[in-house]
Design a protein around this ligand. Structure first.
Ligand SMILES: Nc1nc2c(c(=O)[nH]1)N[C@H]1C(S)=C(S)[C@@H](COP(=O)(O)OP(=O)(O)OC[C@H]3O[C@@H](n4cnc5c(N)ncnc54)[C@H](O)[C@@H]3O)O[C@H]1N2
Ligand code: MOO
Length: 393
């Protein structure tokens, strides 16, 4: 059995970024740049006012009366040259006129009858945003490997870019295995069945990380039938995620069903709790990730393995794709046994509170388990106030 860190390394070696494609800006959310993104214009495009007020040319003392010679608004500049003793009405974002060297905010002025009186004088450069002070045409505003989240989309659009070259989204197929599984909403009338509750969760996690879920299938505990379904799915995806059948039971066929497709295991079993039976390999030229069937184990291993796998396939350059944080405990954390443990926790007031119930078969508790605390093997019990490594779950 290998360690968690070793498993992460092996997975990273398997995950070469997929190719790239052009997408328009409004479809680019969550995608990862395959090339540096270069600005096509300066921002601001000229020296502009940062406030609503009056552009002035040179210093003027409080009490001075200036004549207002025109208006400059964003998109409608004034094209004259401002002289000492004159003021130009100027609005936020408007180009500063030639000659103008400062902006008097209107709260420090009194205007009436085409004239403005200075209530409080202002310094040269006041309330001016210089041309190109945010970025200049030709600057790289986002580097290859950046993820286009909400804020990065502002940066992209501000560079006057309407289409970007991004890495392809990994196509993900999910195959849930087990005779007992039926669609949610059907189990109540079938006493031996339970809802396939994991597929919707893993699908959501994968989409959140940037993957496109192209197929969701279920198969009973029949290796031949499962093998046929897996064969179909392998043709249509980049990553096949198999749920359940990962352990040693008589009906655990997750790996066996892939033998006809040339399964080559990268690892099988990782020294973690929950999720020890998680496995990874390739089959039919695709990556295959096997998640254990216990629902909490499946979601923990999907968070720990599937999300960084998707990030790597998308070529996102990230020093820490899992997003570890050092956070305080707000309640005691029990000692850890020999296996590295990822304890489910919630945030309460000043810190993390480990959930009392940590059974890997739980499903109701998952909804409130917003954090995973990483507990090294053999760690002694920790008191409230101690810091731990944790990540959002
Ligand atoms: N003798 C041993 N038994 C087990 C071991 C072991 O090392 N030796 N490992 C245990 C651990 S740890 C886990 S985790 C589970 C993993 O089992 P499998 O991956 O083989 O999962 P299944 O047997 O198929 O199912 C386990 C459990 O989860 C339910 N399940 C499965 N899929 C779904 C789904 N899509 N939605 C909801 N629930 C699902 C299934 O009905 C079972 O109750 O093995 C331990 N055993
Ligand atoms: O590791 Mo299993 O995932 O403990 O139940």
């Amino acid at each position: 059995m290998i360690s968690f860190d070793k498993a992460q390394c092996l997975m990273a070696q398997l995950a070469d970024p997929l190719g790239s494609e052009r997408v328009c800006l409004h479809l680019a959310q969550g995608r990862v740049l395959a090339d540096d993104l270069t600005a096509r214009i300066d921002a601001p495009r000229a020296d502009v006012s940062a406030m609503d007020g009056y552009a002035l040319a040179g210093p003027h003392d409080a009490g001075a009366q200036l004549s207002i010679v025109g208006n400059s608004a964003a998109g409608a500049p004034w094209d004259g040259t401002l002289k000492c003793g004159q003021a130009l009405r100027i609005l936020t974002g408007a180009f500063l006129p030639a000659g103008g060297d400062r902006v008097l905010i209107q709260e420090n002025a009194e205007a009436s009858g085409g004239r403005v009186r200075i209530v409080e004088s202002c310094d040269v450069g006041a309330h001016i945003r210089k041309q190109g002070s945010d970025f200049a045409a030709g600057d790289v505003v986002l580097a290859r490997g950046a993820r286009l989240g909400a804020r990065a989309l502002v940066t992209t659009a501000s560079a006057d870019v309407d289409a970007v070259t991004v890495t392809k989204r990994p196509r993900l197929a999910l195959l849930a295995t087990g005779d007992e599984l039926v669609s949610p909403g059907v189990a109540a009338s079938h006493p031996h069945n339970i809802p396939d509750s994991i597929s919707p969760g893993v699908g959501a996690l994968a989409r959140g990380a940037g993957a496109a879920v192209v197929a969701l299938r279920r198969g009973g505990d029949d290796p031949k039938a499962l093998s046929e379904i897996a064969g179909e799915l392998l043709k249509a995806c980049d990553v096949l995620v198999v749920i359940g059948g990962a352990s040693v039971g008589d009906r655990d066929f997750a790996r066996e069903m892939l033998d006809p497709h040339g399964l080559a295991l990268t690892f099988s079993k990782v020294a973690i709790k929950p999720g020890k039976p998680v496995w990874l390999g390739t089959a039919g030229g695709r990556i295959v990730l096997g998640l254990p069937g216990n629902p909490t184990s499946a979601m923990v291993t999907a968070r720990l393995f599937l999300t960084p796998l998707i990030v790597a396939l998308m070529g996102q350059l990230h020093p820490d794709p899992l997003g570890w944080m050092t956070l305080p405990l707000a309640a005691p954390l029990p000692a850890t046994a020999a296996r590295e443990t990822f304890a489910r926790a919630r945030w309460e007031g000043a810190g993390l509170v480990p959930l009392i119930r940590q059974d890997s078969g739980l499903q109701a508790a998952l909804a409130g388990a917003d954090w995973l605390i990483r507990c090294p093997p053999g760690q002694s019990a920790l008191a409230a106030g101690a810091t731990v490594q944790a990540l959002r779950f």
